[in-house]
Design a protein around this ligand. Structure first.
Ligand code: AMP
Length: 283
């Protein structure tokens, strides 16, 4: 395991000197099958996979769960042995943010709506740490989950506008058997909250059926259906339900082309997100 940027750079140079492509999977640890699926996909692209495990303080708001966020490094390392034992970079906070650190990468446009409205400093923190990880690791290709759809949009925009030479690959959402999108935060849920949480994925499936089978194109009608399904869970508090253009994240009033449905809701103190890409060609 590598813990310093200096050692990471040395490792990266060695890989590139032996003509290897570095495939990076950035994570905050507390790994689950969603993260492992990213590693498995990365294994298909390169023999040299690097998983970063770093709970990034600057992407958490002041009242968010940075201190409570689950940390389970030993178990994470064990899980990674089941998917080819990639190299691991697990720095501490002081290694990533030395005293006086005072730079922030701000992406406009796609970082503004939805998560950006509710968590105004979140994507600056994400873009900053991802760029630092790209630079320190010399990654050639990096793997992200569609689970954090807006994050992917932000990272892609940063890579494009700053000409960062890293290819971005997006991997599908891995779900529990009942449909709940896997998340490190799911372990916060009580039994009753866990049983209510499935309304999120169920509401997305209902919406997909409305759009693709029943040919309903009015976004507000679809949003209302999603809302009423989520509201069947008494403890679920909706942050937003959005139907947007998957490239620009501009909200749609009529669903005439590809669309992304994005949801965020809180149950107790746990915030859950989910999304569904609608790609059926519309007539
Ligand atoms: P995190 O540790 O939550 O920052 O996530 C690290 C990476 O794993 C991000 O690219 C996430 O989008 C991805 N990820 C998290 N949950 C899932 C999931 N259920 N399916 C696929 N990818 C996921």
């Amino acid at each position: 395991m590598i813990t310093t940027i200096k050692d990471l750079r040395r490792w990266s140079r060695q890989q590139h000197d032996s003509q290897k492509q570095i495939a990076l999977v950035p994570t905050m640890g507390a790994l689950h099958d969603g993260h492992l699926s990213l590693v498995k996909t990365a294994n298909q692209y390169s023999d040299t996979v690097l998983v970063s495990i770093f709970v990034n303080p600057i992407q958490f708001g002041v009242n968010e769960d940075f201190h409570q966020y689950p940390r389970s490094l030993e178990n994470d390392l064990r899980l990674l042995q089941t998917v080819g034992s990639p190299e691991v970079f697990a720095p501490d906070v002081a290694e990533m943010y030395s005293a006086g650190f005072d730079v922030s990468v701000h992406v406009g446009g796609v970082s503004q709506p939805f998560e950006g409205k509710i968590r105004p400093t979140h994507f600056d923190g994400v873009a900053t740490v991802v760029l630092k990880l790209f630079l320190a690791s010399g990654a050639d290709i990096a793997f992200f989950g569609q689970k954090d759809f807006q994050q992917v949009c932000v990272v892609r925009k940063m890579v494009t506008d700053l000409n960062v030479p890293v290819e971005i690959v997006v991997c599908p959402i891995i779900r529990e058997p009942d449909g709940l999108a896997m998340s490190s935060r799911n372990r916060y849920l009580s039994k009753t909250q866990r049983s209510q949480a499935i309304v999120l994925s169920q509401s997305l499936m209902l919406a997909e059926k409305m759009i693709t089978c029943d040919n309903i194109r009015d976004a507000e009608t679809v949003r209302e259906k999603i809302r009423s399904k989520i509201e069947t869970a008494p403890d679920m508090k909706i942050d937003y339900i959005a139907i947007a253009d998957p490239k620009t994240l501009h909200e749609l009033t009529t669903i005439n082309s590809d669309a992304i449905i994005l949801l965020a809701a809180k149950i107790g103190t746990t915030r859950l997100i989910d999304n569904l890409l609608i790609t059926t060609t519309m007539s």
